[in-house]
Design a protein around this ligand. Structure first.
Ligand code: ACO
Length: 334
């Protein structure tokens, strides 16, 4: 280990989910579905839904304030805010700038990062680079999404899958040997068609026709995404472990993007990681896109599962297509 090498870790974490709970039984009343189908095909039992007044930056702000408190860091100390989201409040200004104003991080630069459900992993890796180069000391990385605002609640293929939430971490220099040890990021734009919102951007600006054709809603080819995800999660986890000079046998906890328990268990099987070492909480929140990994991480911490020196693998996949993994050697917060 190079003694002058900087190690960058998570100094604090905070999450937020909206109060309103929507159960599978609630969906039975609005689309042709059943609790049995949703539970067996996805593992989801309920999800949180933002109120009409709540946008992504509101969820992100609440998570960010908790992360700052947890990291004993004042907003002034934050040099950069990265909001990873597929559901920004608006095309511009960025949701990161809205959070910057809300938390009064007056010294921070701010930008949004678009990598779909891989957003949190992309954001972590991006934040780490700014600290490694010495440009910044503390970076706030937030995964926040309000997918309920972009799903078609008459389309049973998608509406039952998603929920709203946010998770934030403060990144900074940590003890030698701890923090983010290695990472692997990927993209394949040829799969962009499988997961998209086609309307409202510069390709199909919003018109009455785009609205009538429902182009402002999320479109997903579920089976294609499923096939891609199982292979992608395994491959990228192995590459990230290799870059960290570790193997699957060193992994204490696998913390995957929470989209579908069948995808997670198939990926864990490919990696030969027992399900007892996999963190799953999508039964309570559904797929909250960029928020799933920090929500699962915080829950595992609160449950006392994660101990000092544990090796964690965060792994995600999503729109783009994008996928990636990050290996972290855990050291207890503050
Ligand atoms: N209730 C009842 N039946 C349903 C529902 C529902 N909610 N949704 C679909 N079905 C039906 C379909 O219409 C189909 O019926 P048919 O055979 O009569 O045509 C049948 O169930 C099977 O449909 P499939 O799509 O083949 O079902 P599958 O087993 O693939 O499960 C699912 C669908 C859950 C969407 C799965 O494909 C999946 O999880 N895909 C990945 C989704 C994902 O990970 N998305 C990540 C998004 S990441 C981001 O960046 C936003």
């Amino acid at each position: 280990m190079n003694q002058s090498e900087k190690f960058i870790g998570i100094l604090g974490i905070g999450t937020y989910v909206p109060e309103k709970i929507m159960t599978n039984l609630d969906f039975e009343k609005i689309v042709d579905t059943s609790d049995e189908w949703i539970t067996t095909r996805t593992g989801i039992k309920e999800r949180r839904i933002a109120s009409a007044e709540e946008a992504t930056s509101d969820l992100a702000t609440k998570a960010a304030l908790k992360a700052l408190e947890n990291a004993k860091t004042s907003p002034d100390e934050i040099d950069l805010i990265i909001v990873n989201t597929a559901t920004p409040d608006m095309l511009f200004p960025s949701s990161a700038c809205l959070v910057q104003e809300n938390i009064k991080a007056k010294n921070a630069a701010a930008f949004d990062l678009s990598a779909g459900c891989t957003g949190f992993v992309y954001g972590l890796v991006t934040g780490v680079q700014f600290i490694k180069t010495g440009l910044y000391k503390k970076v706030l990385v937030i995964g926040a999404d309000a997918l309920s605002k972009i799903v078609d609640f008459t389309d049973r293929n998608t509406c039952v899958l998603f929920g709203d939430g946010a998770g934030a971490v403060v990144l900074g220099e940590t003890e030698q040997g701890y923090g983010i040890l290695g990472a692997d990021l990927n993209s394949d734009g040829s799969g962009g068609e499988y997961l998209k919102i086609a309307g409202g951007g510069s390709r199909n600006p919003a018109t009455i026709e785009t609205l009538n054709n429902k182009l402002h809603y999320l479109y997903m080819n579920g089976p294609e995404v499923f096939k891609f995800a199982v292979k992608a999660m395994g491959d990228t986890s192995l590459r990230a472990l290799k870059k960290s000079n570790l193997t699957v046998n060193d992994v204490s906890w696998f913390i995957p993007h929470q989209a579908n328990t069948r995808i997670i268990s198939a990926a864990a099987k490919r990696l030969k990681i027992p399900m007892e070492q996999v963190v799953i909480n999508l039964d309570k929140y559904g797929n909250t896109s960029a928020a799933t990994i920090p929500l699962a991480l915080e829950e595992a911490l609160n449950d006392g599962k994660i101990k000092n020196d544990d090796i964690l693998v965060f792994v995600g996949f999503g729109a783009g297509l994008t996928w990636g993994a990050c290996v972290v050697k855990w050291r207890s917060l503050c």
